[in-house]
Design a protein around this ligand. Sequence first.
Ligand code: SF4
Length: 405
Amino acid sequence: MYKIEATKTLKEVMGNYFIGMKDKTKKYAWCTSVGPAELLRSFGFEVHFPENHGALLGTSRTAGDYIPESAKLGYSNDICSYLTADIGSYLKKETPLTKHYGLEGPPRPDIIVYNTNQCREVQDWFKFFGKELNVPVYGICPPRHLDEVTQEQIDDVAIQFKNLIPLCEQVSGIKFDIDRFRETLKLSKVATDLWKEVLWTARATPSPISFFDATIHMGPIVVLRGTQTAVDYYKLLFAEMKTNVENGIGFLDEERSRIYWDGMPIWGKLRPISELFLNNKAAVVASTYCNSWVFDAFDERHPFESSAKAYTEIFINRSETAKEKILSNLVHDFRIDGIIFHDAKTCANNSNSRFGMPQRLRESLGIPTLEIEGDLCDLRFYSEGQSITKMETFIEQIESTKMAC
Ligand code: SF4
């Protein structure tokens, strides 16, 4: 059975990251997953990512216990289930971090920073905790849904990054050091380049890494970017992936079809969905989600401008036209036979099937597409039997389309 050997190291790396949060002498920043982690790290903050905690609540299938707690405060079941699960977990004073790492909960923040490049939900989520914990909150609000990112927009966001400095200085007690910021950004750039190389090995047939593997191995690029630990981990993972490609070893011996996954993972059902594809020799080799932590623009010579560009030009912050172009290129580069769009009930921002994109891509690319309804954390929105049937039928459809060509 195919196994990624680096997984052992991954567990250690992630374990050390979480266990390190027991240290109450450190200062902690909470940050959105595509927020300015490098700038915060340059002030010596350890960084906690509430979305990562949300994903943990999803994979551990405990989100369902906590979402109703948020509803009691008036948070709708229809909004981001990371938000509702995370706030609910806080209210109930329970977290899977206790069982796995012996933590009482996420570390208490000294500062909370969000970037609405991904959605406005993070603003409400982070402000809730700012008020609840009496902690300063800073928001970066870039222009949204862009075709192209202009210099004027980059300059605007770069100023917002710079305006965060006085608050960071005040909370950390450390003077801003541009060399330290440059060094952190450089580490982030090396790690994100390696992460991209890892993901891009999936262009090979057989592919050494699936979308489902990547959702696990993306941990360090989310929570540890800007550190040497992340760089070292992705060097190790990339070396293994490269060797496997050279030796013709992949997670499937025979790939009958190659599939692109658009949208969020269904965290609580990763394993059964992965097995469904493996059993049908369908290789899910690329995704919008895992690519979200590829930041080509980072450049330590221009730390503010390049951070502003990298974090503003992310896929989720682009127009339908730009997204279609990006998806079309990926379909070509990864030799994709079909696209699955996961329509996540509680995240419109990461669901790209609602405005006709599947139809348009079917026509322009000539490959089948499928839409499945589900959610990142709230499994009440995922009908397993119906979705399995839809995905199996879709795989058969792809195979017959390929045979007919
Ligand atoms: S992008 Fe979606 S899943 Fe992520 S925080 Fe925003 S609403 Fe939640």
